[in-house]
Design a protein around this ligand. Structure first.
Ligand code: PLP
Length: 418
């Protein structure tokens, strides 16, 4: 039973969990014993439709056959060599083929490692120190990212994590998302090494970039010799094979990837222009290393996932699922609200009329959203336990599952009298 595991977990882990967002499921987190297509099966024997999908990686749903088989095949051959292996070359070639900004790549083990190293890389390459970051963007759990970050950081009311030296905080310049004037001001006033951004915000609910904002940032950074980092840990291979940069036609200097490129196993990657990437050790002097870098199991899962994305209608199905659900729910809601959807990413902001940045998103009715999450969960539908996360769909979300979900939204919205 989940309750028994939860009781034990509270003695074992800080706050009972190993990642804070998981503790937001009330009254206590359900424990999953199995993932199957669009479903989670809980330790309590419940079958739940999953719209969290591991917080993004599982675009094909849980345990898809092709990915599972490829992982099993790799397991037979061993899973850690400490030497290069064929499969890292194969996955790198795929990513470089699809992602416009990628000419070379370094595999690491998480999105956190990817952005931490990307920030070091742009500093090392330019010889400058300052970084521009956007309020509410989340780039992982390292010192340079945990300043006005989204996701669980903001959900728990942390603006700057304790433990970060003040001198580090001073190197990070904050702007509001979709505010080009702020970026221009800092680029003029300061010697900025890089701008790091989520090309679609996915850690403060979903907030798309205005076209002139995302294009403007590219133009401005180029003009000031500042490098542009797109953090595509969520959007990479979710918004199409070429990610957000393909969708918007804006090519950054450096891209960070994670989640989908590991098919549900731990992964991160830094990719970018050849001369920039060649600053990384051993070609250059920006240090990066990792016992588990390019781990064969993660490579296998990532390769199989991308092959599925290339050869099936996975994007069509997952995008359509999100489109239908977001449209239907949008019409059901009676109170002021904003519905945002980009591809298979969506979120609803309740009680507000416009959301173009984190400050506006913060004004949304958080407790009403949580109520929605809780009631849906009772009905067997799992949307994130925080307004600041993204609702994801996958290629495994069939018409039946979508109809079931819409019915449950209708029932719950009627009951909570939105
Ligand atoms: N960047 C973005 C945009 C993310 O959404 C996340 C995680 O959700 C990260 C970086 C950190 O990735 P990881 O959790 O793999 O460290």
């Amino acid at each position: 039973m989940s309750i028994n595991l939860w009781k034990e977990a509270q003695q074992l882990f800080a706050g009972g969990v190993n990642s804070p967002v998981r503790a937001l499921v009330k009254p206590y987190p359900f424990y999953t014993s199995k993932g199957e297509g669009p479903f989670l099966i809980t330790e309590d024997g419940k079958k739940i439709v999953d719209y969290v999908l591991g917080y993004g990686p599982l675009i094909l749903g849980h345990s898809p056959e092709k990915v599972r088989n490829k992982i099993m095949e790799q397991v037979q051959k061993g899973w850690l060599y400490g030497t290069p292996s064929r499969i890292e070359v194969e996955l790198a070639k795929k990513i470089i083929f699809h992602i416009p900004s990628a000419q070379k790549i370094r595999f690491v083990n998480s999105g956190t490692e990817a952005t931490m190293n990307a920030i070091r890389l742009v500093r090392g390459f330019t010889g400058r120190e300052k970084i521009i970051k956007f309020n509410g963007n989340y780039h992982g759990a390292h010192d340079y990212g945990l300043i006005e970050a989204g996701s669980a950081v903001s959900e728990y009311g942390i603006t700057i994590s304790k433990g970060i030296p003040k001198d580090i905080v001073k190197t990070v310049l904050l702007c509001e998302y979709n505010d080009l004037t702020c970026v221009e001001k800092y680029l003029k006033e300061e010697n900025v090494a890089g701008v790091i951004m989520e090309p679609v915000m996915g850690n403060y609910g979903v907030i798309p970039p205005k076209t002139d904002f995302i294009k403007g940032i590219r133009e401005l950074t180029s003009a000031f010799g500042t490098l542009l980092i797109f953090d595509e840990v969520i959007t990479g291979f979710r918004l199409g094979l070429s990610g957000a940069q393909g969708m918007f036609g804006v090519v950054p200097d450096v891209t960070t990837l994670g989640k989908i490129i590991g098919g549900g196993l731990p992964i991160g990657a830094i990719a970018g222009r050849r001369e920039i990437m060649d600053s990384i050790t051993p070609a250059g002097e920006v240090f990066n290393a990792g016992t588990f870098n390019a781990n064969p199991l993660s490579m296998a899962a990532g390769l199989a996932t991308i092959e599925e994305l290339e050869h099936t209608n996975a994007y069509e199905i997952s995008n359509e699922a999100a489109k239908v659900i977001s449209q239907e729910v949008d019409q059901m809601m009676k109170i002021d609200h904003v519905t945002h959807r980009v591809g298979s990413m969506m979120q609803f902001f309740l009680g507000v009329k416009e959301v173009k940045n984190a400050t506006e998103a913060k004004k949304a009715n958080k407790s009403l959203y949580l109520n929605l999450h809780e009631q849906l969960l009772k009905e067997g539908v799992f949307i994130p336990p925080s307004q600041l996360e993204t609702i994801f769909t996958s290629a495994s979300h069939s018409q039946n599952v979508i109809n079931f979900t819409i019915d449950k939204f209708r029932k719950v919205l009627r009951e909570i009298k939105n």
